[in-house]
Design a protein around this ligand. Structure first.
Ligand code: AMP
Ligand code: MG
Length: 349
């Protein structure tokens, strides 16, 4: 399959391109498209064959459910069997935007789309290209992130092309993702509701709207998998990555980089804007300043992919425990690092 990459601007959406992209989805094909979070790999949410194509293109196990993207909030009732009051309130407040809600599904949503579950994940994105595409498709769009399974998510059309060239009919190039981290996922089939994946909207923001919620300790949490051998790769660059935190972290990173370079290895460093001059060796990637955590989020996946391009063997990252997005950023970094963390303040055994 030849993949076509077409530029679309959110300010002046080319209706001809969107109409054609919508037709591809309606007819059972795949289109990668921009959203405010990351790029999505979209297919018809009501077509089991489209779901199978998505799993095949991503190389993703088919028990990992997809998110159903809608363009009008009322469409929620066309896929969800029950919408609890709190889900209604939260989605009314935060949609369109980077929030995904999990609800009991209606039978029209095929199990192929929901990874075999009786629940469905629903999101109304704010990106205007995404919404125009959903409307043009005449259906709803099932989409996970548009990356090969295990790789960092995609925040530019060029990232999507790297991972999915020849696997999708079309890539809509809408420029860099505004947020750069996947949506916050809240499960409303439990009471109190549970945050399954931290994202742009943090626990505090959600609790301001609907009261107490829990943060899941398993699926998408910061916690390392309990059993050895269960460590799964997610958002992972090719290099072995380690997070170094605590007092004197920069100094420790400098030592580690020096050691690796002496062994003839290429090292990359992920650090805050303020710390970039502390590092003289290795490929240094400043990831935004302490007062600009949005920039850190926006750059994160792009930088992880750049370390691959440069052929880095090892990556050392500072911790980014910023006030609002820190939980979401560290969740992605810890997974990218396969939970390899050095705390300089812990006594070595
Ligand atoms: P992605 O956008 O590629 O990260 O993939 C969709 C995410 O949504 C995955 O982390 C899924 O586990 C999650 N998800 C989708 N549907 C459900 C569901 N019904 N229940 C729990 N998690 C879900
Ligand atoms: Mg993903």
């Amino acid at each position: 399959m030849k993949t076509r990459i077409l530029e679309v601007s959110e300010e002046h959406i080319d209706e001809n391109i969107i109409r054609e992209a919508g037709r591809i989805i309606k007819e059972g094909g795949l289109v990668a498209f921009p959203t405010e979070t990351v790029y999505g790999l979209g297919g018809n949410a009501f077509d089991p064959q489209s779901a199978k194509k998505i799993y095949a293109a991503k190389g993703r196990p088919s028990d990992n459910p997809l998110i159903v993207h809608i363009a009008e909030s009322g469409d929620l009732y066309k896929v969800a069997a029950e919408v609890p009051e709190k889900a209604k309130k939260l989605s009314e407040e935060l949609w369109p935007g980077p929030l995904t809600i999990i609800l009991k599904k209606l039978p029209v949503v095929p199990k192929e789309t929901t990874g075999g579950l009786d629940t469905v994940a629903v999101r109304l994105p704010s990106n205007r290209i995404a919404r125009a595409l959903i409307r043009a498709s005449g259906t709803f769009i099932a989409a996970p992130s548009a990356n090969r399974s295990g790789r960092p998510s995609t925040t530019r059309a060029s990232h999507v092309a790297e991972d999915l060239d020849g696997q999708v009919e079309m890539i809509l190039d809408g420029g860099g993702s505004a947020i750069g981290l996947e949506s916050t996922i809240v499960d409303f089939t439990a009471e109190p509701p549970v945050i399954l994946r931290p994202g742009y909207y943090n626990k505090k923001r959600i609790e301001e709207i609907i009261g107490p919620v829990e943060a899941d300790a398993g699926l998408e949490s910061d916690a390392a998998p309990k059993a050895p051998g269960m460590k799964y790769r997610h958002y992972a660059p090719k290099a072995e990555m380690t997070i170094v935190e605590g007092e004197g972290a920069a100094e420790r990173i400098r030592e580690l980089v020096r050691e690796k370079e002496e062994q003839g290895k290429k090292a990359a460093v992920l650090c805050s804007e303020e710390h970039k001059d502390l590092y003289r060796q290795g490929f240094v990637f400043p990831l935004g300043g302490a007062d600009n955590e949005e920039e850190t989020a926006r750059k994160l996946f792009d930088v992880l992919r750049k370390t691959d391009e440069l052929g880095a063997d090892v990556i050392y990252s500072e911790a980014f425990n910023t006030p609002n997005l820190g939980t979401a950023i560290m969740n992605r970094l810890q997974k990218a690092a396969g939970h390899r963390i050095i705390n300089t303040e812990e006594v070595q055994e």
